[in-house]
Ligand binder design. Structure first.
Ligand code: TRP
Length: 325
């Protein structure tokens, strides 16, 4: 039996490079070696955004990006959290196993609350975000959770909850491990973390022209003003993109930037030219599915049926262990 992966994202629409190199690329790489389960975390989306008007289209756009990037939905079920009520049920049970001060220490939740300006006014559901995530992961008895670095506190809580349940009742849950990539916190064009709300993204679906325009606007080393000025690749966002998407030239670029031989304009142009073809390969599948949205809906419905079976088995084991079966 293969070990299992559970990972997911909130359905916020088209994905950006940060989503890709932080998580999705890893999902695709590990497919085959593991049984992948991929969650559309729509309940989680509500914790930071109550506006559901675009949720159907955003879900399709996200799933199209998953499939375009190489997730095979036949092999790896793609499913909707809110369609599998067992997520809510297990969340409720887990909420008895976690203390409020433990949740108040979660750095990722705190950072989100700070960004939203709700630190002193957090909703109950947001505080419980990582508990719901623990339910997502443990329902499928996942061994591995490939995520961006910001998700590691949630995986840590998941491990604690699994141990707590196992020691209180019976050994039902595998204690899963998180897995991050080398570029699990990719900078955006402005140097902040790449994020939709900051408007500093490159989307997987951007055309070559859009990529070129965006890369040309990226912030580099602020002390390097003209060609000839020695640059500091270690503080340059475009250099980070070179390390990830143009590894063959990384050393030359580093040396030429430092010496001043390479100017930022040429360096950016080169970056865009190397990146665009790597995203171009996703285009064909995306354009097919964009024209056949019904197929995406079918893929999700099918994945949800398959995932639900696993979730139901786990809940039966949970209630048996709790003497409530
Ligand atoms: N919190 C994750 C994010 O914001 C989404 C998510 C929900 C998730 N449930 C999960 C990720 C379970 C991994 C495993 O990206």
């Amino acid at each position: 039996m293969k070990k299992r992966i559970l990972s997911g994202m909130r359905p916020t629409g088209r994905l950006h490079l940060g989503n890709y190199v932080g998580a999705l690329e890893n999902w695709v790489k590990l497919q085959g070696e593991y049984d992948n389960f991929h969650l559309i975390a729509d309940w989680h989306m509500l914790t930071t955004n109550l506006d559901t008007s675009g949720i159907q289209q955003n879900t399709r756009d996200m799933v199209i990006d998953w499939i375009a990037a190489g997730i095979d939905p036949e092999e790896s079920p793609i499913f909707v959290q809110s369609k599998i009520k067992e997520h809510a049920e297990l969340f409720l049970i887990f909420s008895m196993l976690v203390t409020v001060p433990r949740l108040e220490r979660n750095p990722t939740v705190k950072e989100q609350a700070r960004d939203l300006g709700v630190e002193a006014n957090m909703i109950f559901g947001h505080l419980g975000y990582p508990v719901l995530q623990a339910a997502d992961i443990l329902l499928y008895n996942a061994h591995l959770v490939p995520v961006g670095e910001d998700q590691l506190p949630h995986v840590e809580l998941t491990r604690e909850v699994a141990r707590k349940f196992n020691s209180t009742y019976d050994n039902v849950f595998i204690v899963p491990k998180g897995k991050v990539t080398e570029f699990s916190r990719l900078p955006g064009l402005d140097g902040n973390k790449m994020s939709k709300s900051l408007g500093n993204t490159i989307l997987l679906s951007d055309s070559s022209d859009e990529i070129q325009q965006k890369v040309m606007r990226a912030i580099t080393d602020p002390q390097k003003i003209r060609r000839g000025d020695p640059g500091r690749p270690e503080v340059c966002n475009v250099f980070t993109y070179h390390r990830k998407f143009n590894s063959a030239e990384t050393e030359t670029i580093e040396a030429d930037c430092k010496s001043g031989a390479l100017g930022c304009v040429d360096c950016k142009r080169n970056m865009a030219a190397k990146l665009a073809p790597q995203l171009e390969v996703f285009r064909e599948k995306r354009s097919y599915f964009s024209q056949h949205p019904g197929e995406i809906d079918d893929i999700i419905a099918d994945g949800t049926e398959r995932a639900r079976k696993v979730a139901q088995q786990t809940m039966a084991a949970v209630y048996t262990a709790m003497n409530m079966g």
